[in-house]
Design a protein around this ligand. Sequence first.
Ligand SMILES: [Fe+2]
Length: 159
Amino acid sequence: MDRRAFLKHAALGAAAAGVARTVTAAEMYFPVKADQSLFVTINRAKDPAKKNPLEQKHVPVIRTPAKVKAGEPFTVEVSVGEVIHPMGPTHWIEFVELNVGNEPAGRADFQPRGFLNPKVTFTVVIPKDAAPAGKVTLIARQRCNLHGYWEGKADVAVT
Ligand SMILES: [Fe+2]
């Protein structure tokens, strides 16, 4: 191989390696394997009594007393999900949020380092005037970087 051919091949090889490295980085930050249809709406369990494996890992599970007293604090635990969701640099839960009815109550953000399980405990107080019908619906939502936005609900009687 003469010098000119060697330089030509070396330049093409370097360019190809640069493109390959760029694709790898793009896939790392914007995974092409993500199902884009999961990002267009809020996802819910189609049949809560019979969740599929994706729903088992992503529908937030709310643990709360079924009945509480107005004005008194109680504990609400939200976990993602029935089967705890993995937490790592390429696939993680970005946040968990809790609403009381339509009102946002709180939110916890997670880092993709794997130090935390996606499980949060909130201390909630429902004022009497927030539950005129004697009940509220707690709505937990979470966002997975690969599988979109998911919602779970639980009704609580307020006396
Ligand atoms: Fe996920």
